[in-house]
Design a protein around this ligand. Structure first.
Ligand SMILES: [Zn+2]
Length: 223
């Protein structure tokens, strides 16, 4: 082999190593094709007024998304365009982020086959219901449901409580129906639903530390 050929070979392999190194540093979703537009229905929870306020339709170029409109880890955003619909037998269809849709669908099918009764599911639902309050008493951060990264299952039997560091009859129910563990559709760590969704890597809102217990809710961190 000539010296020139040898030199070229070394150059080419150096370039491919560099290209590989750069690509391996990029998150996988960076290669996924982005939709052109982003649409969603926005609202804010007013703690002071105890109601939803500032409901509006948003449409903007996907490339104009703000940092708080996107989850960096999964690439899920608050755009409708990043959600897919899941349709299971005897269940109203719901939307969830495309990055987790397959895992969620498999988990729910497995849970049902193992005997857990699913009546209702809510996934994607955009809204600022988290974070510190602004001067007018409104929440300032998007919930995990906003990104299609949370599930509320059987809300009528698995309520959201506050004043509830430890669950007891003293806890105050603020959304959904009273918690019914042990009954069909009631969520507890003994159920196949709990097993399947935590197996997926998500956590249960019923085991959150602090004053709130959200028995219907699952998300990556349980919040
Ligand atoms: Zn929830």
């Amino acid at each position: 082999m000539s010296a020139t050929a040898e030199f070229c070979r070394t150059q080419i392999s150096a370039v491919s190593v560099l290209v590989l190194a750069v690509f391996s540093l990029l998150p996988l979703h960076a290669f996924a094709e982005e939709p052109a537009a982003c649409t969603y229905t926005d609202w804010t929870w007013s703690v002071r007024e105890r109601r939803v306020v500032d409901v509006r339709e948003v449409e903007k170029p996907y490339s104009a998304l703000r940092e708080d409109e996107r989850d960096v880890t999964t690439g899920c955003s608050i755009c409708r365009e990043d959600q897919v619909e899941i349709s299971l037998p005897d269940l109203e269809p719901f939307q969830i982020c495309k990055a987790v849709a397959e895992d969620v669908e498999v988990a729910l099918i497995n849970a049902t086959e193992a005997g857990f009764q699913i009546d209702t599911v809510t996934g994607y639902r955009v809204g600022r219901s988290k974070g510190v309050l602004d001067v007018t008493g409104r929440r300032t951060e998007y919930s995990n449901h906003s990104f299609g990264l949370a599930l509320d299952i059987n809300a009528a039997k698995n309520g959201l409580y506050d004043r509830c560091t430890e669950y007891s009859s003293e806890c105050r129910l603020i959304r959904g129906g009273a918690w019914r563990p042990g009954e069909p559709g009631g969520i507890s760590p003994e159920t196949s639903l709990f097993h399947e969704i935590t197996e997926m890597g998500w956590q249960w809102g019923g085991a959150l530390p602090g004053a709130q217990k959200d028995f219907m809710h699952f998300s990556p961190m349980g919040d």
